[in-house]
Structure formats: structure tokens, C-alpha cells
Write a protein that binds this ligand. Structure first.
Ligand code: MG
Length: 155
């Protein structure tokens, strides 16, 4: 068994799309990023890389590379899965916590879990996504950003 953690944060701006776990969330503000800004997928990708001691998402897909501009983050996740599988490892489970002040995410979580499970080729029961506000504290609580903590177990 190998365990890894991942963290990501993106600034939010009015008029940008908000994608979390490959699911488009109706929102006044969306994430600013070189790729599609999917903070949830980035944190999970880093957790998987961490568990395999394979570096981080920025090393594999640098934001200085024009190839990665506007790229779907599901691509990063799938590519990293291949690297992990090449080491003879498989994803056992993933758990993530999204910190977003608004909008509320509860109704979108089942779709995020399905999407992530499909990318990883595992049962949806092995993918957990939780969401909370920042209780209006600090920049996240002030709707300036979205952050995600993730953890992954490889076997
Ligand atoms: Mg990111």
C-alpha cells in the first residue's frame, strides 16, 4: 500500500467556467488557470503522483507548455494513471475535500464521483468527494478562490 496527498488552489473570476471533477457547475465565478482550472482533478492527480513518488502535476504538465493551455484536466488524470499502472500499481481509493464558499456543491457531488471513477476505471464507491465552505473566513471565504485537499491509496 502507498499513500499520497494532493493540494490545489485556483483564483476565481467572474465570467469564467467552474469545473470540478469534470462537472460544469453553474456559478457566477469560475477558476482561472492555464488548463481548464479543474482544481479537484488537479489535487487528485497530485495525490496519485504523490503515492507513487512520481513528482507533481506541474513537472509532468508545465503551465509554460502551450500544449497544456486550455487542456481538459481529465487528460492529466488519465495520463498519470498510466504512469502509475506502468509501475504495477492501482488506485484503491480516493478522498477529496473541496473548499468553496459558493455555490453549494452537494447536488453535483454524485456526478463528480462518477466522472472521477470513470477516469480512473474504478468503482464509484472507491471515490469520495466532500465539500465545505470556509465559513466566510479569509480569501476562500471571500469567494476569491477554490481549494481542494485530496488523498489517494495505491495498491
Ligand atoms: Mg491547478
Amino acid at each position: 500500500m502507498r499513500i499520497g496527498t494532493g493540494y490545489d488552489i485556483h483564483r476565481l473570476e467572474k465570467g469564467k467556467p467552474l469545473l470540478l471533477g469534470g462537472v460544469k457547475i453553474p456559478s457566477e465565478k469560475g477558476a482561472v488557470g492555464h488548463s481548464d482550472g479543474d482544481t479537484l482533478l488537479h489535487a487528485i492527480t497530485d495525490a496519485i503522483l504523490g503515492a507513487a513518488a512520481l513528482g507533481d502535476i506541474g513537472q509532468h504538465f508545465p503551465d509554460t507548455d502551450p500544449k497544456n493551455k486550455g487542456k481538459e484536466s481529465q487528460y492529466f488524470l488519465k495520463e498519470v494513471l498510466k504512469l502509475v499502472q506502468a509501475k504495477g500499481l492501482a488506485v484503491e481509493n480516493v478522498d477529496a475535500t473541496i473548499i468553496l464558499q459558493a455555490p453549494k456543491l452537494a447536488e453535483y457531488i454524485p456526478a463528480m464521483r462518477r466522472q472521477i471513477a470513470a477516469c480512473l476505471g474504478i468503482d464509484v464507491e472507491k471515490v469520495s468527494v466532500k465539500a465545505k465552505t470556509n465559513e466566510r473566513l479569509d480569501s476562500l471565504g471571500n469567494t476569491e478562490g477554490v481549494a481542494v485537499h485530496a488523498i489517494c491509496l495505491l495498491k
